[in-house]
Design a binder for this molecule. Sequence first.
Ligand code: ATP
Length: 323
Amino acid sequence: MSNIAILCSGGDVSGMNPAIKHFVEYAKAKGLKPFLVYDGFEGLIDNKIVAATYKDVSGIINRGGTTIGSARSKRFMEASYRQKAKDNLDALAIDKLVVLGGDGSFRGLAKFYEEHGVAFAGVPSTIDNDIVGTDYCLGVDTALNIIRTSLDAIRDTASSFRRAFVVETMGRDCGYLALVSGLTSGAELCLIPEIPYDLCGYEQKFKKELAQGRRYFLAVVSEGIEQSSEEIATWFEERIGVESRVSVLGHIQRGGNPSSRDRLMAYRFVQFAMEGLLKGEKEKIVCYSNSQFNYKSITDVANREHHIEPALMALVQSTALHC
Ligand code: ATP
């Protein structure tokens, strides 16, 4: 019987729990012995590696976050601690890893494979949706649903009080969450790092709309844009003449019950990852592109600049205003 382990690394996302559940059930169905590694690479080093039972994964499919914990690990960057991790895996005869994480985690795994030959399959998991080579990362749909619910609620209060609301979404340098949320919530203004903007064009339009009876504005801005959300709010007050408020959604975007899509994608990502490992794939990232799953190498995924799909960008660009 072959032994296989799963761990979560980097930021947690909704969808990790369904992934862990399917990992255990699929492993058992295939005659593999599944192990859970608690607290990411830290747990590998500290030997928090436990044989999984059905009980570990019952009642978790609907829960956000990860029941086995996630972590960032400075120690895993050092060869001596990676050796410790390898010794712990050897003691349990584990030679395959499924890892739910971001490209940083995959770089760590590639190094671990290079040094110690432990096969891995990485499942892209980040709400930022900024991993090169995959159109979808686990957790994105749940985050989008949370943002949508928040924006719908904020719109209610914005319209009642005749205000502008500037809502800031996560995403680091990637504007995907803001872009999709801006479009699907009908925001009057959507600013993302990838598209240079010019507020002057919006000033004319918004003033005209106010004069014609508009009561509120909803602006969705990504955390990575040039100006702060407060500066955009000040612009609304000073240039448009409407009271404004900032709402930073923050970590609520990372939590919440996984959406149906994330539960299904978790199952599909994990199944593809495990099938690959069973077929002899050694160091692969499971990607989802053009509605198909495929395996990519670490060099196809890490250390490369991510770009949002051009057709999606064009949707926002088509309504952008300039002076
Ligand atoms: P997120 O998208 O949430 O940031 P991530 O996987 O990109 O997820 P990182 O913090 O970049 O998150 O990486 C997670 C962990 O991967 C690090 O804490 C470290 O333990 C390991 N890691 C990253 N790069 C390397 C590397 N070059 N060598 C060894 N380990 C690494």
